[in-house]
Ligand binder design. Structure first.
Ligand code: ATP
Ligand code: MG
Length: 270
C-alpha cells in the first residue's frame, strides 16, 4: 500500500538524508521507525504525504506516485503529525485549527461540528477551544496536532515523536489511541526515541542509521540483535532485558508491564 523504491533524498545544501531506501508498508500494519538523531526518520516520513519528493527513486501511496500527486490529495489519506507542533499550527483558536483541516477536505458543516467536539473532548482540549494554540503548553500543542489529524480520519497515521513532552497519563492514552486505530484497520507509523513506548506496541521495527535502513523485523527480533542495537545506538527496552535475564525466562518476552507483573506474581507464588 505504501511502496518506497530505492529512494535517495538530498537536501538543497547537499546533505544526503536518505540513501537508497526501499520499504513496503502494508495496510493495517503497526510500524515503528527508530534510530539516532539525524538518521533520516523525519525525512523519510515526510515523503509519505508528498511534502518531500524523492531526489531519486519512487514513492507510491495507494497506487499514487507522490511526484504526480498534490500534498492535499495525499494528506487526505496519510495524516502526518509532525515532530515540531509549531510547524503545524497557524490558526487563531484551537477550534479553528481542528476545523480548518476538515473544511479543507470538504466535510459538511454538520460532520465538522461533530468531529470537532469529539476531538476537543477526547484530547482534553475543550477548555482551550477559544484560546490561541500558541498559549498551549508543549504537551498540549502536540495533542492538538494529533487531534487535528485524527479528526479527518486518514487511512494512514504517521506520528513523529508523539510521546515527547507527554506525561504518563497522556502516554497511556496515546497508546490506547494507537491500539484503537489499529483495531479499526488503520495503518500506524510511529517515529520515536522512546523505546519503552515502541516496545509496548510490539510493532514491526525499522531501524535507520545514516540515511539507510539497517534492520527491519518484529520488535523482539530486532532489539535482540546486538549489532543492530550497537550500530544505531538504541536503548534496549527494559521489559526485554528483564525477560531474558530471568532465571526461568518466559517463552516470549513480556510485551507490557501487566504481562510482566502477572508472570512475576505467579512465579513467586509457585
Ligand atoms: N532542511 C534541511 N536542510 C538541510 N539538511 C537537513 C534539513 N533537514 C534535515 N537535514 C539533515 O538531514 C539529515 C536527516 O534529518 P532528519 O530530520 O530526517 O533526522 P531524524 O532521524 O528525524 O532525527 P531526529 O531524531 O533528531 O528527529 C540530518 O543530517 C539533518 O541534519
Ligand atoms: Mg526527526
Amino acid at each position: 500500500m505504501i511502496k518506497i523504491e530505492s529512494v535517495t533524498f538530498k537536501h538543497q545544501n547537499g546533505t544526503v538524508a536518505l540513501q537508497n531506501v526501499s520499504l513496503e508498508i502494508r495496510t493495517g500494519e503497526a510500524t515503528a521507525i527508530v534510530g539516532e538523531n539525524g538518521a533520516g526518520k523525519t525525512t523519510l516520513v515526510k515523503h509519505l504525504n508528498g511534502l518531500i519528493k524523492p531526489t531519486e527513486g519512487k514513492v507510491t501511496v495507494f497506487d499514487l506516485d507522490t511526484k504526480q500527486t498534490t500534498v492535499a490529495q495525499l494528506a487526505r489519506k496519510v495524516g502526518v503529525v509532525f515532530q515540531n507542533p509549531d510547524h503545524q499550527l497557524f490558526s487563531e483558536t484551537v477550534s479553528d485549527e481542528i476545523a480548518f483541516g476538515l473544511r479543507n477536505f470538504g466535510f459538511p458543516e454538520s460532520v465538522i461540528k461533530k468531529r470537532l467536539e469529539w476531538a476537543l473532548e477526547f484530547f482534553g482540549l475543550t477548555e482551550y477551544r477559544d484560546s490561541s494554540p500558541m498559549m498551549l503548553s508543549g504537551g498540549e500543542k502536540k495533542r492538538l496536532c494529533l487531534a487535528i489529524v485524527l479528526a479527518w480520519d486518514p487511512e494512514v497515521i504517521v506520528l513523529d515523536e508523539p510521546t515527547v513532552g507527554q506525561d504518563l497519563v497522556q502516554k497511556e492514552k496515546l497508546r490506547e489511541v494507537i491500539k484503537m486505530l489499529l483495531l479499526r484497520g488503520k495503518t500506524v507509523i510511529l517515529v520515536s526515541h522512546d523505546m519503552e513506548f515502541v516496545w509496548s506496541l510490539q510493532p514491526r521495527v525499522i531501524v535507520m542509521a545514516k540515511g539507510r535502513v539497517v534492520a527491519d523485523g518484529a520488535a523482539a527480533e530486532v532489539f535482540s540483535r546486538p549489532e543492530v542495537v550497537g550500530e544505531a545506538n538504541l536503548m534496549k527496552p527494559q521489559l526485554l532485558e528483564l525477560s531474558v535475564h530471568l532465571k526461568n525466562p518466559p517463552q516470549k518476552p513480556f510485551a507490557d508491564i501487566y504481562e510482566a507483573r502477572q508472570w512475576l506474581v505467579s512465579s513467586v507464588s509457585r
